[in-house]
Design a protein around this ligand. Structure first.
Ligand SMILES: *Cc1c(COP(=O)(O)O)cnc(C)c1O
Length: 500
């Protein structure tokens, strides 16, 4: 029996173009009380657009209902569990939104004189300070606009540092459990990428690493916890191997939701890392707005940080552009300021103990799910899970059902799918990250759904293979839907014209 989290809204909503009928209006204006002049006369014929053919004409209520109905087709974190792994889709507290809308912050202009922007600058200084404390690093830049942009900034910092020492080196090492953005970043920064195999515990193979690090290696980029949700417990040893041979350790900190308040990368040998404020620090992401990917560094990399840096003298803050070794700007103005405000609000509202609790709950929730479905789905790595757990579809594949099918069937149960077929080192991966947001009730519903789907795979595999059954659109050709989306509407040819 399907226990639905929510019912599906009416799903046969036509386009506004299809609702249109000539002469309908969505507005009422009072009569003009000044002499009217034809637009062509006032502006010149060449500057006036003719009627737009097929432009929809609808009433106000039709417009309101149309867009309100469309909005109910969205799945959002405010509606239910969003279990995408390696994404940290957590609740965005409304307090953050309130603070970001405070007039002095929301209306601040990036070209405002510094003496009138001291409050906004103080927000940046304070956030940098909390991020330094959280990561155990020495300095932070808030400029990068997202995680991948933070990676690029970080690798450019490493390049600048090594170049300043007269040897930029050629290669960046990346474990096979890495997020796809890591090799892309290294390649864009001009490095060759070499893959490091994981061992049977899903962690970096130290012997393989020892063999790979020579004086052509600039850095290792490691995600920790890695993309199978496992903490690289030999990370300090990894740092040592790299440092002995003059290479740097870059940590992809997108998964800091598993570490905040518990462990600090700066304490286990990381030289540079990025954070995703739109993951760990509860600012909206995934189409919900711009993110931010601050980069934290150890002292030796700090001279290369992007300009401007904020400096303080006699209680006054000012932007300092005069830094000879800086890699320059990576973003206009001062980064995505509104996101920085939200992250600071989250940090201040929670305090150190609150942030630590969020981490503990996130790990607890992932392990609750691991335990809840562990007897029905194959767990390829048995090392302790941190904030996410990764299963494979091995058992279901025997009935011809793959991870993508199970994910589609989850939609029928009212949940957003988990991350499908990633990480690549797990065949047919189901990657699940609940975050601390979820209550036990919501987790139980999710576990019920996945257990029930496992039953269906045994009793009626075709039901799962052909899911979803309750959505407006059934399965699409995933390649064509992504590569050749149809984004415009063409008026059907009028019958009269067609007859001509
Ligand atoms: C999300 C994520 C990224 C990329 O972050 P964006 O903000 O989407 O650019 C990089 N690495 C890991 C491990 C991630 O989870």
């Amino acid at each position: 029996m399907i226990r639905k989290v929510r019912s599906h809204q009416t799903q046969n909503e036509p386009l506004l173009f299809e609702r249109s009928s000539p002469g309908k209006k969505g507005y009422q204006l009072p009569p003009l009380d000044v002499p009217s002049v034809a637009p062509a006369e006032a502006l010149g014929v060449a500057n006036v657009r003719r009627e737009i053919e097929g432009f929809p004409e609808v009433s106000e209520v039709e417009i309101i209902r149309h867009f309100t109905r469309l909005s109910t087709w969205n799945y959002a974190i405010d509606l239910g569990l969003y279990p995408l792994g390696s994404c940290t889709m957590k609740y965005n507290p409304r307090l953050n939104e309130f603070v970001a809308r405070i007039e002095g912050l929301a209306q601040a202009h990036p070209y405002q004189p510094e003496e009138l922007a001291q409050g906004a600058m103080r927000v940046q200084v304070q956030l940098e300070q909390y991020l330094r404390e959280t990561t155990g690093m020495d300095e932070v830049t808030l400029q990068p606009a997202a995680g991948a942009h933070g990676e690029q900034t970080g690798i450019l910092l490493i390049r600048a540092y090594l170049e300043a020492q007269g040897d930029a080196r050629r290669k960046v090492l990346i474990p096979d459990s890495a997020h796809g953005t890591n090799p892309a970043t290294a390649a864009i920064a001009g490095y060759e990428v070499e893959e490091i195999k994981s061992n049977d515990q899903g962690m970096i193979d130290l012997e393989a690493l020892e063999r790979a690090v020579d004086d052509s290696v600039a850095a290792l980029m490691v995600t920790n916890p890695n993309t199978v949700g496992i903490f690289e417990k030999d990370i300090a040893k990894v740092a040592e191997i790299l440092h002995e041979r003059g290479a740097q350790l870059y940590m992809d900190g997108a998964n800091m939701n598993a570490l905040v308040g518990i462990a600090r990368p700066g304490d286990f040998g990381v030289d540079v890392m990025h954070l995703n404020l739109h993951k760990t620090f509860s600012t909206p992401h995934g189409g919900g707005g711009p993110g931010a990917g601050p980069v934290a560094v150890k002292k030796h990399l700090a001279p290369h940080l992007p300009v401007p840096r904020i400096e303080e003298s006699n209680g006054t803050l000012r932007y300092c552009y005069d830094r000879e070794l800086s890699i320059g700007r990576v973003r206009a103005y001062f980064g995505n300021f509104g996101v920085l405000v939200r992250a600071l609000a989250y940090i201040l509202a929670h305090g150190g103990d609150g942030l630590r609790n969020a981490t503990i709950d996130a790990v607890l929730n992932a392990n609750y799910i691991r335990k809840g479905i562990g007897d029905r789905y194959e767990l390829p790595y048995t090392a302790p899970s941190m904030h996410e757990c990764v299963f494979s579809d091995d058992r279901q594949a025997r009935s011809g059902v793959r991870t993508g099918d199970i994910a589609k069937r989850l939609i029928d149960y009212g949940f957003h799918p988990y991350t499908v077929s990633f990480p690549l080192i797990v065949r047919g991966a189901l990657m699940i990250e609940p975050t601390e947001t979820e209550s036990k009730q919501e987790l139980d519903l999710f576990i019920d759904a996945l257990r029930s789907i496992a039953d269906e795979v045994e009793s009626d595999p075709e039901l799962v293979r052909s899911a979803p059954h309750t959505t407006r659109t059934k399965r699409v050709d995933e390649t064509r839907a992504a590569r050749r989306p149809v984004l415009h509407w063409k008026a059907p040819v009028e019958e009269k014209q067609a007859a001509d």
